[in-house]
Design a protein around this ligand. Structure first.
Ligand SMILES: [Fe+2]
Ligand SMILES: [Fe+2]
Length: 200
């Protein structure tokens, strides 16, 4: 594939992700407060999956070895399934995706690209740390979400399981341990994103 085709491919993927819709039927089974809580949490998770997509795509685009590239594309496809589940549930609850999603995509793609340009070890270290932080945040969401919202909980539990596997796979492919300040910066960035997506 020529460079122009690769870039066109990435632009198409960007459009596919930020315009993704499900047209799901409304679910009126929850109380107003439970529903509002779940909407804000599922919006955060949908944005997280948009970012995960972009991160993996950016990393795969600049990855130096075919094996790692293949792994990143496979993990990215699984993140797309997560985005489908979160979007569907958000629509059922009557919520909207964050309008900041295009920004998250662009930022995460850039981050993924930079990590991959440093090297596959750093790139995989980045995946491992990201997935670890995602797992911690999903656990917090499960504590915060109403026990009555079984459908959303089921999605979060399944995602949690798969994000743990993504982290382990990154380790198995030779991830490098990132310096503590980088990890700290990642925590701060994700805190800003998850806070913003709760509201907008
Ligand atoms: Fe995910
Ligand atoms: Fe993941």
């Amino acid at each position: 594939m020529s460079l122009n085709d690769k870039i066109a491919n990435e632009l198409n993927h960007f459009l596919k992700i930020i315009t993704y819709k499900d047209n799901a039927e409304a679910d009126e089974s929850l109380s107003k407060s439970d529903k509002e809580k779940s909407i804000s949490l599922m919006r955060v998770n949908a944005s997280g999956e948009v970012s995960a997509q972009a991160l993996y795509r950016g990393q795969a685009f600049f990855s130096k070895t075919p094996e790692v590239k293949q792994h990143l594309i496979k993990a990215g496809d699984e993140e797309f399934a997560h985005l489908e589940w979160c979007t569907k549930r958000l629509e059922e609850l009557g919520g909207k995706k964050s309008f900041l999603d295009p920004l998250y995509y662009a930022g995460s793609f850039t981050l993924g690209s930079v990590a991959a340009l440093i090297g596959d070890g750093a790139s995989l270290g980045f995946v491992e740390e990201t997935e670890k932080q995602v797992v911690e945040h999903l656990r917090r969401h499960l504590k915060e979400m109403s026990p009555d919202d079984k459908k959303s909980r089921e999605i979060l539990e399944k995602m949690l399981e798969e994000e743990e596997i993504h982290g382990q796979e990154a380790k198995d492919h030779g991830s490098m341990d990132l310096p503590a300040p980088v990890k700290g910066m990642m925590t701060v960035t994700s805190k800003i994103m998850t806070t913003l997506s709760r509201y907008i």
